[in-house]
Design a protein around this ligand. Structure first.
Ligand code: TYM
Length: 332
């Protein structure tokens, strides 16, 4: 059976981008078709300036939202990265296989390093080695497929390279994974700056739809989305990024194709209105389940405990094998 692994960082409130680019497919497709693991990657959240209490709060919220989005612990494994030591253990071996040049070439490292410096902070070493930990997350489980948005495909490519290199040097240990981005909405853009990704850490939040935004907030944000000069509704990501983004969001909500959808609209106003309603309807059941789950935190804790146990059992033999293969003396 195909093994699927993916993760989400508790660095901010989860967004419509996270949902359309990743979470929705995990719930609707992956957990039904594959042996799947989904992980709240809290160790990754420590690679930038953070408040410990907030990371804890956001980790629990992310786990709750994964369940609210439809992940079913009977069908897949949901857990928190720091609960399974194998991630950190294998990450070190990945650092011994990767080069600093590979790490420095990562687009996300370059972007985040600039952001940290602009905020007056320094760049943590772990931000540079972030992809080694991500490769460990993926490779520890013998993962075949990694369902992620567009922005993570470079990291998955690096994990592939590291798997191949490790196998060649030290003997076959890892499955070589591949990224599986969605066909539509693989990069949902910021509603105010449609040339930038809709990310969790947008300072004003106006360009970002959060999964827990009230329906009226969602409507307001989408109705105020920046559109392009011109009036006709055409799907052109280069020339008309604002309109293309709305078309992609609507198409993803309705399971349609953005190009085909563009013919149905004569004005930006009508497109925005339908997009806003489609997103409100998309999020409604997730928000309702989230509310129910918040009333029962013990349930979420139980799911995470069982998930960590299962994940540990899956990861340990392969990580132990990697330790032996690379030349470390078994503990006896
Ligand atoms: P993160 O937490 O930034 O995002 C989680 C998932 O959501 C996708 N995503 C988007 N998709 C479309 N449009 C957007 N605007 C958008 N924003 C986010 C991301 O592509 C991702 O699939 N490094 C990862 C977390 C990670 C991971 C892993 C993922 C750590 N280890 C191992 C897969 C496998 C990250 O920061 O995702």
């Amino acid at each position: 059976m195909t093994r699927v692994f993916s993760g989400i960082q508790p660095t901010g409130h989860l967004t419509l981008g996270n949902y359309l680019g990743a979470m929705r497919r995990w719930a609707e497709v992956d957990q039904h078709q594959a042996d799947s693991l989904f992980c709240v990657v809290d160790l990754h959240a420590l690679t930038v300036d953070h408040d410990p209490a907030r990371v804890r709060r956001l980790s629990r919220q992310a786990a709750t939202l994964l369940l609210a989005a439809g992940l079913d612990p009977e069908l897949c494994t949901v857990f928190v990265q720091s609960h399974v030591d194998e991630h950190a253990r294998l990450s070190y071996l990945m650092e011994c296989v990767a080069t600093d040049g590979e790490m420095r070439r990562m687009i996300q490292y370059k972007e985040k390093a600039v952001r940290e410096r602009e905020r007056g902070g320094s760049v943590r070493l772990s931000l540079l080695t972030y992809p080694a930990l991500m490769a460990a997350d993926i490779l520890a489980y013998g993962t075949d497929e990694v369902p992620v948005g567009d922005d993570q495909t470079q990291h998955v490519e690096l994990a592939r390279d590291l798997a191949v290199r490790f196998n060649q040097r030290y003997g076959h240990t890892f499955v070589v994974p591949r990224a599986t981005p969605p066909k539509v909405a693989s990069r949902v853009m910021n509603l105010q700056v449609p040339t930038s990704k809709m990310g969790k850490s947008d300072d004003s939040g106006q360009g970002v739809v959060y999964l827990l935004d009230e329906p009226d907030v969602v409507r307001k944000k989408i109705m105020r989305a920046v559109t392009d000069s011109g009036t006709d509704v055409v799907y052109d990501r280069e020339a008309r990024p604002g309109v293309a983004n709305l078309l992609e969001i609507l198409a993803a909500c309705e399971g349609r194709d953005p190009e085909g959808l563009s013919g149905a609209y004569q004005s930006y106003g009508a497109l925005k209105k339908d997009t806003a309603e489609a997103v409100v309807e998309l999020l409604r059941p997730v928000q309702e389940r989230h509310k129910e789950l918040c009333a029962d935190p013990g349930h979420v804790d139980g799911v995470l405990r069982a998930g960590a146990r299962r994940a540990r059992d899956m990861a340990r033999p392969r990580v132990d094998a990697a330790y032996r293969a690379i030349g470390l003396l078994p503990a006896g």
